[in-house]
Design a protein around this ligand. Sequence first.
Ligand code: NAD
Length: 328
Amino acid sequence: MSQTVLITGGAGFIGSHYIRFLLNTYHDVKVMNADALTYSGNLYHLRDIEKDHRYQFLHVDLAEKEQVKKIFSRRIDQVVHFAAESHVDRSIQNAEPFIRTNIAGTHLLIEAAKRTGIGKFVHISTDEVYGSIVTGQADEQTALAPGNPYSASKAASDLLCLSFYNTYQFPVVIIRCTNNYGPCQYPEKLIPHLIRRLMDGQPVPIYGDGKQERDWLHVRDHCHAIDLVRIHGRPGEIYNISAGQPMANIHVAKQILDLMGKPTSLIEYISDRPGHDVRYALDSSKIRAELGWAPAIPFEQGLEQTVEWYLQHPDWWASIEQSRAERG
Ligand SMILES: NC(=O)c1ccc[n+]([C@@H]2O[C@H](COP(=O)([O-])OP(=O)(O)OC[C@H]3O[C@@H](n4cnc5c(N)ncnc54)[C@H](O)[C@@H]3O)[C@@H](O)[C@H]2O)c1
């Protein structure tokens, strides 16, 4: 019998890539996408699969109990939970939506999933829950030390999930991944933000000295890891995912300038983000050894293709502009 996988936040960046991955990889899968279509949700990402009979969209706010209950009136075998408020800068301005969706929404979702009984619940978390890793790498046992309201809300949801495993044997598996990049990422995030600025002939703002290190992973490599964890991941376990190549933000900015044929004089250093984590670095040897995962897309190649994608999709930029205009 075909499996029904509930994807939350499937109109967002990573969720939409994962939906496409599922439909392209498995003939007999059914996918339900539950998304509130907040500012970062965009059905443009899924326009090519809207009519696929295996796919269904549910316009649902996960922080609303009755709406969550309704989702589970259908048969669901597995859940992959992406939905979240995901941008650190926004959490610094106002943490409330982060508490509401990331903590309260996750709680409603795992309560409902526990009541109906599901085979597996994959909770998509982040490397940011470990806070700044000044030297070495964080493994799955490293203590949580979130440094901003976004990462604190993600850490809280991780702990709730683990408590449900411990207390009720709820079959949850947690994934903590480093920064993703690729097509269809909302342009408040570093890579599409810089590309947009350069497309408009504007300078590119870089926080502080630009030496903050992030370990970029192509979104398709992340999707492959998520799928291995969905199928083979052991309940109650955490899996770190990383390319294992931390690099400074300024280095990434210079590569984008180079790919777009722009001078480095366009770099504009601005005041640092408050509480900016200096470095994230993950040890991902567990998923590599246990599930045989490894990234397939080298950063230079992935970045070049990504820049190209943004340059060649004015219709995607138009969909972002239209959604911004509609929201006012
Ligand atoms: N982008 C990254 O680099 C990265 C890295 C590691 C982990 N993550 C995690 O991956 C997940 C997805 O990130 P993303 O970059 O795709 O985010 P995104 O902001 O692009 O997408 C989030 C999606 O969640 C939906 N959503 C928000 N609040 C909702 C609610 N109350 N009910 C239903 N849907 C709601 C939005 O409409 C949107 O479609 C998040 O949990 C994030 O913490 C992201």
